[in-house]
Write a protein that binds this ligand. Structure first.
Ligand code: M7G
Length: 338
């Protein structure tokens, strides 16, 4: 990872109890330390302390994260919530402080030159990044539930006959995207903006990244235009837009964070979760979720493919994985395509 300016720390992300809500959309990113019993509504911190655990959807020792199905009680009613609890990466400049200021140290074992300990950090060095989706829909619960997956090979005909009608009836709300484009949410987080209605986009930190360290840098570019759902819609008409994202996105990240374009992985997901075209920018050295070959398509390759053939993505088959109980898998099974 390149050396660069330290990412700016936002107050709410530092866990000071000053929760942030992501506008009026159904999905909000909330800060920690919310007090129980706060009035519900846009901007009110989510009452984390009153959440009852309904189910552990998934946990991951590698990601050091737990995905929890919970429900707040009291004023917030009985609606479902998804909580993502995630231990944050170490920050180099905090390591000495961690060693110096630990509240307790327990020796676990000692053998020859080796010893292991349990070190308990002080509260300010033991942040847990907490993401709240509230109210959460059944689709959110399914998204985070651990399940078997199946690989689909979707032809263009499959897309038109099975996938497109399905996403038109079912897709996730993209209100959060419109909130960003209209500056109703996350306006203070915008890293770069091109306001052209056809070829412009907004670059913001992905809500998976707390911006405290560059190791797991993650930003997304959301296009201004609202008529492009996914990779499948792209033609040569969109080349100026895609080239702007690639070029200006790299420049903005180099300028703000000091990470050069050669250390960025810039890609689209197929299938995405949200059908409003967006591009992921992640640090090359970070094994970000969703970078597997069956989901990630490098933006530079997408551009080259469209230069070669404007209808490339309306011709070729695309592969992706679906979880066992996703309704789209059922549609492919009913059509005899799995
Ligand atoms: P995707 O490929 O549609 O789906 O990417 P995925 O979530 O399965 O990867 C959408 C991206 O948008 C993901 O990287 C999310 O972490 C990110 N994202 C989702 N929401 C609801 C928000 C939000 O409210 N704010 C920001 N900044 N990023 C979000």
């Amino acid at each position: 990872m390149a050396e660069g300016p330290e990412p700016k720390r936002r107050r709410a992300e530092a866990g000071d109890g000053d929760g942030v809500a992501a506008g009026n959309g159904a999905e909000a990113e909330a800060g920690a330390g919310a007090g129980a019993g706060a009035e519900p509504g846009p901007g009110a911190p989510f009452p984390l302390s009153s959440v009852r655990l309904r189910r552990l959807l998934r946990d991951s020792a590698r990601e050091k994260a737990a995905f929890v199905h919970g429900g707040p009680s009291g004023l917030w009613g009985d609606t479902d919530a998804v909580l993502i609890l995630e231990k944050t990466p170490f920050q180099e400049e905090k390591i000495e402080e961690l060693l110096r200021k630990h509240t307790k140290l327990e020796l676990q074992m000692a053998n020859d030159i080796y010893s292991t300990y349990r070190l308990y950090p002080p509260p300010e060095l033991s942040e847990i990044k907490t993401t709240v989706v509230y109210p959460a829909t059944e689709k959110h619960l399914q998204k985070y539930l651990r399940q078997e997956v199946h690989l689909i090979r979707e032809s263009w005909e499959d897309y038109k006959n099975i996938t497109l009608p399905f996403i038109q009836s079912q897709s996730f709300s993209i209100q959060w995207v419109y909130n960003i484009l209209e500056k109703k949410a996350e306006a203070d987080r915008i890293i770069h903006e091109n306001q052209d209605p056809s070829n412009g986009f907004v670059l913001v930190p992905d809500f998976k990244w707390n911006q405290n360290q560059l190791y797991d840098l993650y930003l997304i570019a959301l296009v201004q235009r609202r008529d492009v759902k996914s990779l499948r819609d792209l033609t040569a008409e969109h080349l100026p837009l895609l080239k702007n994202i690639l070029q200006e996105g790299k420049e903005a990240i180099a300028k703000r964070f000091g990470v050069p374009g050669s250390q960025l992985r810039i890609y689209l997901h197929y299938q995405p979760s949200y059908y409003h075209l967006h591009v992921h920018f992640t640090a090359l050295g970070y094994d970000a979720p969703g970078t597997s070959v069956e989901r990630a398509h490098l933006l530079a390759d997408v551009i080259d493919n469209l230069v070669l053939d404007s209808s490339y993505y309306q011709k070729r088959a695309l592969t992706f994985a679906l979880r066992a109980d996703e309704p789209l898998l059922k549609k492919f099974q009913e059509a005899g395509r799995v």
